[in-house]
Design a protein around this ligand. Structure first.
Ligand code: GLY
Ligand code: MN
Ligand code: MN
Length: 441
């Protein structure tokens, strides 16, 4: 089983300390526990950037990185975490505790999380720069502000809080945007499991089934592989496929309709993101097939544009042109292609972008522009390619036969020296392949 090691997390901390420079401190908190209702909480999922640096998956944890006079002296990594507690561990499970933080997670120093307010002041004093992820958690922001005030209260003793507060996310996001070989392998595993889930759904669907029952088929595969969905699954039959973030999944799947599934899992906190659209009864109607072929053509051409040196926007530009040409050819739009693209009147049928960065978060971190221009693809970046066409059920500008058809096809692509690498290729997507798979009983 592929697993990141402490050496991988340490290498990331080394790079961060290097970027921070001397006389600096970084404070990185994991996510708070989210309550679902009354005293029932959601299963905890670590903050992606916190986990990226620590590999520590327990709640209530804060990592501190401190640099000193010269970066050649190295840095100190402190982990504040929950203490071991026999009673709590009987009820809620194992904790690494401060000893585990040092022994198993390579912390130079470890403290009980309850000591954070006390210990942090000493660490803040006489540092020049504070690197902090401002705006992620308002409650924690308020605590940091209080620590700064407290540290400044020491000024008569000749010490004070850092003079500069710098957005730590700028550095971490850029690191996370460029995936290592191991990270890509984890994303490949998430993608392969997700592809298997979509294949199972294609084989399981039949008219009369509930959307949630089809969702259960996906969850079966995720669960069998120890995975959870990386976002809320979208399973939309017929016109529900035109609702971009449809998650109710509580309607009947009807004979003659398509079903759009946008669902995938995360593996060791690395996400996948797949959409497939296929006929509930196993056979595309002529209109469904015609629109599907347009989306597929746009998607294949857009994937081919995910190449080193191309603009981030190039796949979208290519996809839009093919989609608009298809809409013109099928008579759903009229007019001049350039004018339609320029005026963006195609938003009537295609209203979202063609992709986003993908990584530990499904809509992953990383800037899309640099110095005001769309950035260009570099080796190790990962992006989704997900064009679609959505004909609203009440769109009177088109012939009735097209209404209520929603189609999206989404794959996950890594930029490599040898061109685009599609991580999600294991689930079929041509009309012929889908129909052939669904015909097998
Ligand atoms: N599943 C979310 C997205 O495709 O962006
Ligand atoms: Mn996506
Ligand atoms: Mn998606």
């Amino acid at each position: 089983m592929m697993k990141l090691t402490q050496a991988d997390f340490q290498e990331r901390r080394d790079r961060l300390a290097e970027e921070m420079g001397p006389h600096s401190i970084a404070i990185i908190a994991t996510s708070p526990v989210a309550m679902r209702n009354r005293d029932a909480d959601y299963k905890f999922r670590a903050d992606s950037s916190f986990f990226y640096l620590t590999g520590f998956a327990e709640p209530e944890a804060v990592a501190i990185i401190e640099t000193f006079e010269s970066i050649d002296e190295g840095y100190t990594y402190s982990l504040f975490c929950r203490e071991r507690d026999r009673e709590m561990e009987i009820w809620h499970g194992y904790r690494a505790g401060v000893d585990g933080a040092v022994e198993d997670y390579d912390a130079d120093e470890a403290y009980a999380i309850d000591l954070l307010d006390e210990e942090i002041i000493e660490k803040l004093l006489n540092k020049q720069k504070l690197f902090y992820r401002m705006g992620q958690q308002v409650d924690f922001d308020a605590r940091v502000a209080k620590w700064i005030a407290e540290a400044n209260g020491e000024s008569r003793k000749g010490s004070s809080a850092p003079a500069q507060v710098i957005q730590l996310d700028r550095i971490l996001d850029e690191m996370r945007l460029h995936k290592s070989t191991q990270e890509i392998e984890l994303m490949q595993i998430a993608s392969t499991i997700s592809a298997q889930a979509h294949t199972r759904a294609m084989q399981a669907v039949k008219p009369g089934m509930m959307e949630y029952a089809l969702e259960a088929e996906l969850n079966y595969i995720f669960g069998q592989n120890g995975c959870v969905p990386s976002y809320n699954s979208i399973v939309g039959g017929g016109a529900n496929g035109c609702i971009l973030h449809y998650v109710e999944n509580d309607k009947v799947l009807k004979d003659g309709d398509l079903v759009l599934i946008d669902a995938a899992c995360e593996y060791q906190l690395y996400a996948s993101d797949i959409t497939r659209t296929f006929p509930v009864n196993g056979k595309f109607s002529p209109e469904q097939k015609a629109l599907y072929e347009v989306v597929l053509k746009a998607q294949l051409a857009a994937i081919d544009a995910v190449r080193i040196g191309n603009s981030y926007k190039e796949p979208h530009r290519i996809a839009v042109r093919i989609l608009v040409q298809g809409l013109l050819d099928l008579g759903l739009m009229q007019g001049d292609i350039e004018q339609i693209i320029e005026s963006e009147s195609f938003h009537q049928f295609y209203m979202h972008g063609t992709g986003h960065w993908l990584g530990m978060d499904v809509h992953d971190v990383g800037s899309y522009k640099q110095d005001g221009d769309w950035r260009t693809y570099e080796e190790g970046m990962a992006v989704t390619v997900e064009p679609g066409l959505y004909i609203a059920p009440d769109d009177e500008t088109v012939d009735a036969k097209w209404r209520g058809i929603g189609i999206r096809i989404e794959d996950d692509v890594v930029v490599t020296k040898n061109g685009p690498r599609v991580l999600t290729a294991a689930v079929v997507k041509t009309v012929e392949e889908i129909e052939a798979l669904m015909a097998v009983q």
